[in-house]
Design a protein around this ligand. Sequence first.
Ligand code: GAL
Length: 399
Amino acid sequence: MKRIFSFLISLLVLGAMHAVPAQAETSPPQPPRQSNGLALTPPMGWNTWNKFGCEINETVIRQAADAMVSSGMKDAGYEYIVIDDCWQSGRDAKGQIVADAKRFPSGMAALGEYIHSRGLKFGIYSDAGKLTCGKHPGSLGHEFQDARTYASWGVDYLKYDWCSTYTQDAKSTYETMSDALRASGRPIVFSICEWGLNKPWLWGKTIGNLWRTTDDIYDHWQGKHGYEHGVMDILDLQVGLESYSGPGHWNDPDMLEVGNGKMTLEEYKSHFSLWAALAAPLMAGNDLAAMTPEIKAILTNKEVIAVDQDPLGIQARRVAKHGDFEVWARPLQGGGRAVVLLNRSSASHTVTVTWDDLHLPSSLSLKVRDLWAHKDLPNAKGSFSAEVPSHGVAMVRLE
Ligand code: GAL
């Protein structure tokens, strides 16, 4: 009798266990995630990492904010001041993330207020795993709490890294933080930084506003160094990703190295021109408080920036490649084309774009505007050529 009774109980328990997944399967379908409506043109700003690494403190940040205004970068469109890794010291008893009190004695809310008082926006960094790449606390298990904390500090932009994530699923991990940011009630641009490992261009569009397409950049023209890539290596990795980018969701070939000292001015001009053609986020990564007039002139070239910020948001394609000589082009609002003629070789060379490369009739006569010389050149018919220095570019607008 006892046996029959326990057999009946087991049947009941098994039945109940079976009912759980069946119920889950019949729960109402979730509406698809919508874009958050932010970053309709590629975000522009400055980030601590490329120049300062972990050597950051509130003085460095304040000086950068001041310099962004006084240098004319703010007027040129730069807006976000982003504190990258190493600002965190730990979590308190309630699990609340705590900023390093030695480096940031005034606290993050005060720093956010300072940045806002300069008419700029405040960005911060965290990581989707337990630890950041610099071994500080990441947000895993604290996503909603951290998003609320950032919102209370006035954060406008979050870069979210991918260290120590082991077997985590990238899409659902970034979805969690995306939901947490939305739930915070503050508009926060979401920068997905998982280095292109899980093809974020395939799933990131309604989760974040930009996604890194590669491993880290370093201040170098060409060649890899561990997980770091030179500018030309990163450029090559953008081919094929063009159609995934657009208003509100950008391919991110990583931050700028312009002005960090290891490339020539010509190379920095090329780096900047190509990033603008790619509709890349323009995150300066140099010491803004100590830049030379030449570097400032590159970073604030308004005609090049206008290409980056073109409202159509169409990323340039490599439309011609003849060995070391390449043509990158993108359509612009109003029917014009931005064209970059790139010379990767070690000697100066003539580089040509034909109207055929641009799918335009060769009989067309087009106005040519030189975006570095800031002057109109004679009209061109069928093709346009320029003498381009080694590792240099010519950048024009054809209309
Ligand atoms: C890397 C990231 C860099 C920088 C660094 C900080 O993973 O790609 O841009 O954020 O972590 O530790």
